[in-house]
Write a protein of this length. Structure first.
Length: 292
């Protein structure tokens, strides 16, 4: 039995250690085989990965909106930008500061106007458009450092903006960071759905809890009549493939020029509306019950 159970009045006969919040906290904050320990006195309750099988589907956008909506609900939120070769989180929030270290040589995250903490390679680079020509092990090492060497403080939720694909970096994240839930992002195209399926299957091979799918760029709103217009013809393609895989589509997001303009100009926190209601509900379920 975990040492986290020693002081628990319900420890005797307990069969729920794997879902107990105290045990989960111990795993995140101490040395466990295969899991990298958090740096310093950091305490993180829940870690959520946001992933896809390919780029260009809006994974970083979904990560940003999840952070904003969780922050508005009063949660302490951080973003670990693991998409090292295509980091876009700083641009979405208008972050231009540089990451600095404290007296204990721990990396200090940069905070957005709303208090969301973030680390990203682009907060280290002098030129945000400079290409990152690094091999996989070097990129994986940096992602590990963003977990182990950052003074995250106390967070309710850490969102990890994963790189696309099923290569070195996603494998590193799944193996070395205790992911509590994974949100998959896709557009409603048959080809993209198939590729996202690869990420889903990888997560299952690694015993990662997949919360569901966010369908991005699902539709647009006609400016004249207000009707929802599907952008990819048959809007049931992703729903069918997700259902066959035992997954649910949590939320469908529009392609909205006003929202894109805000995010592209560094004003992600100014986006109005609850775009990800069902996804947030799933994450809150993890926060309140501790069940994976």
């Amino acid at each position: 039995m975990s040492s986290a159970c020693d002081s628990c009045p319900h420890a005797s006969g307990c069969t729920s250690q794997n879902s107990c919040p105290s045990v989960k906290a111990e795993i995140k904050n101490s040395a466990v085989p295969g899991i990298e320990p958090l740096g310093g006195d950091s305490k993180i309750t829940t870690v959520i990965g946001v992933a896809s099988g390919k780029g260009g589907v809006g994974k970083s956008f979904v990560t940003s909106m999840l952070a904003v909506e969780l922050m508005r609900k009063g949660y302490k939120v951080g973003i670990l930008d693991a998409d090292v070769t295509g980091p876009s989180i700083p641009r979405a929030f208008g972050l231009t500061e540089r990451l600095l270290s404290n007296e204990e040589n721990r990396i200090m995250p940069v905070s957005t106007k709303g208090g969301i903490k973030a680390v990203s390679l682009n907060l280290i680079m002098d030129d945000e458009e400079a290409p990152v020509v690094w091999r996989g092990p070097v990129i994986s090492g940096l992602v590990k450092q963003f977990w182990t060497d950052v003074d995250w403080g106390t967070l309710d939720v850490l969102l990890i903006d994963m790189p696309p694909g099923t290569g070195d970096v996603p494998l590193t994240v799944f193996q070395s960071i205790p992911i509590d839930g994974l949100v998959l992002v896709s557009t409603p195209q048959d080809l993209v759905s198939m590729i996202v399926g690869k990420a889903r299957n990888m997560a299952r091979m690694m015993n990662i809890n997949v919360l569901g799918v966010v369908e991005n760029m699902s539709y647009t709103i006609c400016p004249h009549c207000g009707e929802k217009l599907p952008l990819w013809g048959n809007d049931d393609t992703l729903a069918q493939s997700s259902g066959e895989a035992g997954l649910v589509i949590l939320d469908k997001l529009p392609l909205d020029a006003k929202i894109m303009t805000l995010v592209d100009s560094g004003k992600a926190e100014d986006v109005n509306g609850d775009l990800l209601t069902n996804t947030i509900s799933r994450i809150e379920g993890l926060l309140t019950s501790g069940n994976k």
